[in-house]
Ligand binder design. Structure first.
Ligand code: ADP
Length: 235
């Protein structure tokens, strides 16, 4: 469980998150929506200690992130926006192994995790391939595998569909569905709700660094029309 309590964050004099509180239960599929600049990325970077609040606190599974940042980073995996240029190793397997290696795990355990994570994104058997030969969609899946190899309780994906073509988007969505069905919490940051509106258990919309909307997608559909968020039509 991720608990955000009264978090305020600014860059210089610019207050980007203003007294934000929310709880993300285990296993929840949460969509975090909002216009560009509304504070989405800044908020999720607090979930695993990449950013520290100016005021308030964040707890993961009951422990303040500030007290145990390694535990928070293990419990909350992050796949960043445009991960396709941010790989640490030349091959698929070496890149996915990077996180578990940093946890100091034994080699057989690392190999198991890398194998499971690659299978989980449909890239089993591609361990030795060079990342620079992969398509954008495959690179995105390698980035997801890298986060999965940490066996996180929650997986955060920041704008995961940007620049992906239709088949790649469908493939990433299918992986997210499988993960969610298997009990992993999925948190998708996006300004475009097309693919995720019907999948999410809950939708939170930020506006100017505050929570403007919070509820089940179908229940909050009307409230979203006042915000600069693209909402899919009813089916
Ligand atoms: P979103 O993810 O919703 O687009 P962000 O959290 O990325 O929003 O950004 C919120 C605001 O904070 C924006 O106005 C952005 O320009 C500003 N901002 C983000 N990161 C930094 C930074 N490292 N330094 C200064 N300002 C930043």
């Amino acid at each position: 469980m991720i608990s955000v309590r009264g978090v305020t964050h600014g860059y210089g004099d610019d207050v980007v998150l203003a007294d934000v509180s929310l709880t993300v239960p285990d296993g929840e599929f949460l969509v975090l929506a909002g216009a560009n600049g509304s504070g989405k990325t800044t908020l999720v970077r607090h979930f695993n200690g990449l950013l520290a609040p100016d005021e308030g606190e964040v707890l993961v599974d009951g422990t303040p992130v500030a007290d145990d940042p390694v535990a928070a980073r293990t419990a909350v995996g992050m796949v960043f926006q445009e991960p396709r240029d941010a790989f640490v190793a030349a091959t698929v397997g070496a890149d996915v192994a990077f996180g578990p290696e940093n946890l100091g795990l034994a080699r057989p355990e690392i190999d198991d995790r890398v194998g499971d994570a690659l299978a989980g994104v449909g890239l089993a058997g591609r361990r030795d391939e060079r990342i620079d030969r992969l398509s954008g969609g495959e690179r995105e899946r390698v980035a997801i595998a890298g986060a999965l190899a940490m066996r996180p309780g929650h997986l955060v994906l920041d704008e995961p569909f940007t620049g992906l073509d239709e088949p790649a988007r469908r493939s990433v969505l299918a992986r997210l569905d499988e993960l969610h069905a298997g009990g992993t919490g999925v948190i998708v940051v996006t300004h475009d709700l097309r693919d995720v509106f019907d999948r999410a258990d809950r939708l939170i919309a930020l506006s100017d660094g505050r929570i403007a909307v919070d509820g089940a997608p179908a229940a909050v559909r009307e409230e979203l029309t006042d915000l600069p968020i693209r909402v899919p039509g009813p089916r």
